[in-house]
Write a protein that binds this ligand. Structure first.
Ligand code: SF4
Length: 85
């Protein structure tokens, strides 16, 4: 990611979509890093969960979509945790 590719868009379609699907307010993320610290697949991601949240806040849709394979790992990780519990 280059500085030139950053296009802050606090009202981006991406943020609206994520908020509608999750029921969470993306702008409430204050970048504490707990999600990255506890994520079992963080090591396999170019952008960790905290960075993905920041990218969504900034409207960096392309950067987030480039992570789609890794986000599938995130989904599988949740699914495996649910099945093992
Ligand atoms: S960095 Fe992660 S754990 Fe911390 S506030 Fe943001 S989403 Fe929540």
């Amino acid at each position: 990611m280059t500085l030139a590719s950053i296009n802050p868009s606090p009202l981006s379609d991406l943020r609206t979509f994520v908020e509608s699907q999750s029921g969470q307010k993306v702008l409430d993320c204050y970048q504490c890093g707990k999600c990255s610290a506890g994520c079992p697949v963080d090591y396999a991601m170019d952008l960790g969960p905290r960075q993905i949240m920041r990218s969504i806040q900034l409207g960096l849709k392309d950067e987030v979509l480039e992570e789609h394979d890794h986000l599938a790992l995130c989904f599988l990780s949740d699914l495996l945790l649910a099945l093992s519990g």
